[in-house]
Design a protein around this ligand. Sequence first.
Ligand SMILES: [Zn+2]
Length: 233
Amino acid sequence: MAFTPLADLFHLFVPRRCGVCGATLVEGEHHFCVRCLMGAPFTDHPSAPYNRLLEHLRESVPVEHAAALLMFPKGSAWRRAVHDFKYRGHWRVARHCGEWLGGALAEGGGFYDVDVVVPIPLHPRKVLHRGYNQADYVARGVAAMLSRPCVSGNLRRVKNNPSQTHKRTSERWENVAGIFAVSRPEEFAGKHILLIDDVVTSGATITSAAEAILRACPGARVSVAAFATARYS
Ligand SMILES: [Zn+2]
């Protein structure tokens, strides 16, 4: 960690703040304050093999397991943290949230037979514009905690679909049909793939990616995990 001393010096002058409530962090707190962590809106997914998220996703694609760590609706202060790691360059927070999610999945035990962790890709043009893919960092955190490889680049986004944010559910599903492809299907064949996104809302994007893998890769199985869900607690 070559940059630690410099970062410490920086934080002497610029206090670190909680990504949720904005309070100044004290020593030992990382990205979020203890109060926000204690009040975090946890789901029971990591330890509940049959949960509402899995049920919902299985209506459209046969996924093995599904889990989101947090469930926050519109207006939740936790949305700010995700917004920051999506749009404001806070990739360290995304990685931290990935480790948090991965730790919960490892503890829950349901994801023990995953072979590869794969982030939902952004279209290359969007990566150029934003500078990074937040799901990459969440996935790296999960992979580290599960001691599995994180593979990005094999699942590709072949269509740059418009943002899902302002779309109705029916439009979201039309919007994501056929937007993913697998470059080297043999690499995923026969493997249990854990797909990672930062937030699952309608599930349209992640099930479209799951479909692309299941269609292209013989014998592959797919599970899904996200830092948060907006609906399925
Ligand atoms: Zn806080």
